[in-house]
Design a protein around this ligand. Structure first.
Ligand code: PGA
Length: 254
């Protein structure tokens, strides 16, 4: 049985300007300095990446981007490349978040191109998947997630799959306060891991951390993290406050 270290990721979305972001990163870093049982990643807004990357250099906390373009460079107004993220100190990048899919039209094919580019550049992609409530009610949740995993990871070698992270984030749970039950999340995570085994092998699938995201809070994190196939959490709203985020990190202790 592979042991996977818990991974706790804070996604600040389009919140926190530079000063607030630096203060938040500093507070989280100070308060998690003894959390040797978990890996922690903060994903600030673009303008905060460089100063926060500098602030967190040589600490236990890694920095991640919230998105990136699939080309190395070019005339893509408003976009950011993998190398730009790397030079700001990023090790991770969130790809295919449901807000990118819903508001910016990202398809599985786009997520796939970005995933391949992130890996080629040396970033660790956190590939997000998850169904809407309408899809769940129509009995399509498993099929939707399977398609997103298969197409998002298309063309990756087994070795490349071993190096990624997957986040299951049911769209109906994001920002709604309506968290998936640990049982439901664990069931989908198990399916995702079986699917990863089918497209690579069991050993590879066992190495991949599968995170849960969607209304993770201090009072529900421990029950989610206790499940054998939930290897960490991707936290939005509760990552914007040092108290709630550090309480979630603390929940990974046991
Ligand atoms: P939430 O967001 O924790 O605010 O629901 C999670 C996410 O979007 O990653």
């Amino acid at each position: 049985m592979t042991t996977r270290r818990s991974l706790i990721v804070g996604n600040w979305k389009m919140f926190t300007a530079i000063e607030d972001g630096i203060a938040l990163a500093r507070a989280i870093s100070e308060r998690t300095s003894d959390a040797e049982y978990a890996d922690i990643v903060l994903c600030p807004t673009y303008c905060g990446l460089y100063p926060i990357g500098e602030l967190l250099r040589n600490t236990r906390i890694a920095v991640g981007g919230q998105n990136m373009h699939w080309e190395t460079e070019g005339p893509f107004t408003g976009e950011i490349s993998a190398r730009m993220l790397l030079t700001c100190g990023c090790r991770y990048v969130i790809l295919g978040h449901s807000e990118r899919r819903t508001h910016f039209g990202e398809t599985d094919a786009v997520v796939n191109k970005k995933t391949l580019q992130a890996i080629a550049a040396g970033l660790i992609p956190i590939v997000c998947v998850g169904e809407t409530m309408a899809q769940r009610e129509a009995g399509l949740a498993d099929r939707v997630v399977e398609t997103q995993v298969r197409e998002g990871l298309s063309g990756l070698s087994g070795e490349q799959i071993a190096g990624i992270t997957v986040a299951y984030e049911p769209v109906w749970a994001i920002g709604t306060g309506r968290v998936a039950t640990p049982e439901l999340a664990d069931e989908i995570h198990t399916r995702i891991r079986n699917l990863l085994a089918a497209v690579s092998n069991r050993e590879t699938a066992n190495a991949v951390r599968v995170l849960y995201g969607g209304s993770v809070k201090p009072d529900n994190a421990a029950a989610l993290l206790a499940k054998s196939n939930i290897d960490g959490v991707l936290v939005g709203g509760a990552s914007l406050h040092p108290d709630s985020f550090t309480a979630i990190v603390e929940a990974a202790r046991s």
